[in-house]
Design a protein around this ligand. Structure first.
Ligand SMILES: [Cu+2]
Length: 258
């Protein structure tokens, strides 16, 4: 009985109260909305099954419980039933597997993607114990594979423009980490030796969590930064201010490079 009440609470009350996901979430990114839809579809299927099983269980306990006089019939099983309860879940699993392919392809940058954004990451994010190191190209330039003299650096403070797909290049300097933007539903392992493109689109101006989702050592818990999503003009201004704070010592940049 307690389990049945818990089931109803988990599958009916929690989603309607918004307890399943970090909020605001849904309206923040187009891909995030699709991921949430998939989650709720699976939740609905498993929820209906789970609650149905518990209703049947409680009914049978009540109907055939001791002291009622009625007795259950013991059988050696039903071949038809076994076939039905194997084929129906197999069909449901196949449906989910096919239904999610489009979202997975988008998540993995395989469809509906802006090639321009993919060719020009806005930043390189390098995870290390226990922080996120961020490298931006100088304003007006594109990010190169190797560090440039006029690159800009921050730690744990990622900025990105809103309203369009944005790509970052993800690396790790030491162990496995996981780049996680919970409100945007983006999660990608950072793997030593690999440079992995990660894309997201944030449609709302604001500050969102950037955390590590892979236990990476004693300081894992404090490996958190933030994503500041801002309009394009403000993002450009941010890069210019960063350049001023990191390079403006009175010597023009072009001179300093010589
Ligand atoms: Cu970590």
């Amino acid at each position: 009985m307690v389990a049945s009440i818990a089931a109803v609470a988990a599958f009916v009350v929690a989603p309607s109260m918004g307890w399943w996901f970090p909020t605001p979430g849904y309206s923040l990114s187009p891909l995030g909305a699709q991921i949430d839809d998939l989650f709720y579809l699976i939740l609905a299927i498993t929820g209906v099954t789970f609650i149905g099983v518990h209703v049947a269980l409680v009914y049978i306990l009540w109907k055939f419980g001791s002291g009622k006089g009625e007795r259950g019939v013991f059988t050696h099983g039903s071949h038809t039933l076994e076939v039905v309860w194997s084929i129906v879940p197999a069909g449901i699993l196949l449906f989910i597997a096919l239904y999610q392919m489009d979202v997975w392809a988008r998540y993995r940058v395989k469809s509906n993607f802006d090639a321009e954004a993919l060719a020009h990451p806005i930043a390189e994010v390098t995870a290390r114990q226990f922080e996120w190191r961020i490298r931006y190209p100088a304003p007006g330039k594109t990010l190169q594979d190797t560090p440039q003299f006029d690159d800009l650096y921050t730690v744990n403070d990622l900025h990105a423009p809103t309203g369009r797909p944005v790509v970052i290049r993800l690396k790790s300097e030491d162990v496995l980490h996981s780049f996680y933007l919970p409100q945007l539903r983006v999660k990608q392992d950072a793997v030593p030796g690999l440079a992995i493109p990660v894309w997201f689109q944030c449609d709302k101006v604001g500050e969102w969590d950037l955390v590590c989702a892979e236990l990476c050592g004693w300081g894992h818990y404090k490996m958190r930064g933030q994503l500041t999503a801002q309009r394009d003009a403000e993002f450009q201004k941010y890069l210019q201010d960063l350049q001023k704070s990191q390079f403006d010592d009175g010597v023009p940049l072009a001179k300093a490079a010589e």
